[in-house]
Design a protein around this ligand. Structure first.
Ligand SMILES: [Zn+2]
Length: 174
């Protein structure tokens, strides 16, 4: 697992920070203005959207995982409800408008340096829009459980593995 790169300069006053003990850990502390840098988790949110027994996936344009397929997802903005993030990212990447039905899972684990360490997945129901790849996706499609494309990110793999096994347990999902 990659570590997030440490900060070197104070985001408030621009002075060089020092590593000091603060609140029970070694943290970057600004000697000029006393700012203490707490490394907050980066959070992403996405949707699991199913239609006629198939799951909605997007193909990534960007590194990492370029060319791999993932669930529609993206970073939560600082002031954004993660539900809104999931709805917004789905619209941007797939052209489909969804509403949030319920929570699927909250996953923890940083997969790469510029990624999220917490990913929230909701179940989404399509309420409008037209299928069209956009933003950081160059293709979008629905896939059967037994015919999934090459997947990117463990978070997507974990959610889809559970989706596949739940489908195997139940015959009445649609
Ligand atoms: Zn400072």
């Amino acid at each position: 697992m990659n570590e997030i790169a440490p900060i070197r300069f104070c985001p408030l006053c621009g002075n060089k920070v020092e590593e000091r003990e603060a609140f029970g850990a070694i943290r970057p502390v600004c000697p000029a203005c006393s700012y203490i840098h707490f490394q907050d988790p980066k959070v992403a949110a996405g949707v699991l959207v199913q239609s006629e027994g198939k799951v909605l996936l997007v193909r990534r344009i960007n590194v990492p995982m370029q060319g791999k397929w993932t669930l529609p997802a993206g970073f939560v903005d600082g002031q954004e409800d993660p539900r809104s993030t999931a709805v917004r990212e789905c619209l941007e990447e797939t052209g489909l408008e969804v509403e949030i039905v319920d929570l699927v899972d909250v996953l923890y684990g940083l997969e790469h340096q510029r990624g999220a360490s917490i990913v929230i997945f909701y179940r989404g129901r399509i309420v409008g829009g037209e299928l069209s790849a956009g933003d950081d996706a160059d293709a979008v499609a629905f896939f059967d459980a037994d015919n999934l494309p090459p997947l990117g990110f463990q978070a997507t793999e974990q959610v889809l593995a559970r989706w596949v096994s739940e489908r195997a347990d139940s015959s009445d999902c649609g």
